[in-house]
Design a protein around this ligand. Structure first.
Ligand code: DON
Length: 309
């Protein structure tokens, strides 16, 4: 079913776009810095297959931290929650996504949750396979399975750019290796994680993933449980408590839906039982979340009374 452009969404996008000038496109990964600061698009995917949208919805972007929800779902399905939560905790940090501080101040150095970089690196480390290629292919196949889009791939330039500039993530990994939460070659892990973050899609496909989480892992179109209900619920809970990093509390109060952001400017939203949302707006606030994307969600949540609280 084609995604119909929607006049009301278009008006919200026009209003929210005004905030893009107050933010900044991420450039700590140099290849991300090329995006148009003013870009803003949204798609809403309903369980019955209908889709409405506004903005340049064909524009592809990389998942970045949004991929952390998918890798978490994948390892929970492969290994089970008992094993996964031996390596990573369940508590929000209130710190920036790449912060190292809690690893040292809390004993025994176990990352507090899978949405911060330290926790996500441990989760990616748990993806099984003989080689980076083989492990990445498994994860990508899983994303293809969730979306039903077999053409999905990753952005090589952005993956390479992240690999070359990931010294802080390397530092996190070495700390975690010293404390036995990681036991593999760190260059390999950074390679795998950079590719994972560079998986690329447009906001239509992202909204489709959001819809699947909104429906507790069930895809009504294909009449299949793609992710077990319990795994989908764990992921959504992390999206509420840690999905927007140290802005998660304010986001829960103002918007009130499970959501996950990435430094590319993507936001995936899952409105429980109702629909999935995919947003792309690369201008970021100081916490690394899409500044216009959050405004857009705020207006949408108010208009449609979306808060689950
Ligand atoms: O680890 C990193 O630096 C990135 N590839 C992902 C970070 C990210 O998207 C944080 N989100 N707001």
């Amino acid at each position: 079913m084609p995604c119909k452009s929607n006049e009301e969404l278009y008006q919200l996008v026009t209003e929210a776009r005004k905030y893009a000038k107050d933010g900044k496109v991420a450039d700590y990964i140099p290849a991300l810095g090329k995006e148009n600061q003013e870009a803003l698009s949204i798609a809403i995917h309903y369980p019955d297959g209908r889709c409405i949208s506004a903005g340049d919805i064909e524009k592809k972007f990389t998942l970045q931290s949004i991929s952390k929800v998918i890798s978490l779902a994948y390892v929970l399905m492969e290994l089970g929650k008992e094993e996964v939560f031996q390596y990573v905790g369940m508590e929000p940090t209130g710190d920036p996504f790449n912060s190292i501080i809690k690893l040292e101040t809390l004993s025994p150095g176990k990352p507090l949750n899978p949405m911060i970089n330290a926790g996500a690196l441990v989760v990616t480390h748990l993806i099984k396979g003989d080689t980076v290629e083989n492990r990445f292919q498994r994860l990508l196949d899983f994303v293809k399975e969730i979306t039903g889009d077999i053409s999905l791939t990753y952005n090589h330039e952005i993956a390479q750019s992240e690999f070359e500039t990931s010294d802080l993530n390397r530092a996190l990994c070495y700390f975690l290796k010293q404390h036995h939460f990681i036991d593999e070659d760190i260059e390999q892990l950074i390679d795998l994680y950079s590719k994972q973050c560079a998986i690329e899609m447009n906001c239509l496909v992202l909204a489709n993933i959001g819809m699947m989480f909104a429906m507790d892992g069930y895809d009504p179109q294909r009449e299949r449980q793609i992710i077990p209900k319990e795994v989908a619920r764990i992921c959504k809970t992390f999206m509420v408590t840690c999905g927007m990093y140290n802005a998660s509390g304010e986001f829960a109060i103002k918007i009130g839906i499970p959501a996950k952001s990435g430094v590319s400017g993507g936001i995936m939203g899952a409105v429980p039982g109702k629909f999935g949302i995919g947003i792309f707006g690369p201008s970021l606030d100081e916490k690394g979340n899409s500044i216009a994307g959050i405004k857009l969600l705020e207006m949408l949540s108010k208009k449609l009374d979306l808060s689950m609280f």
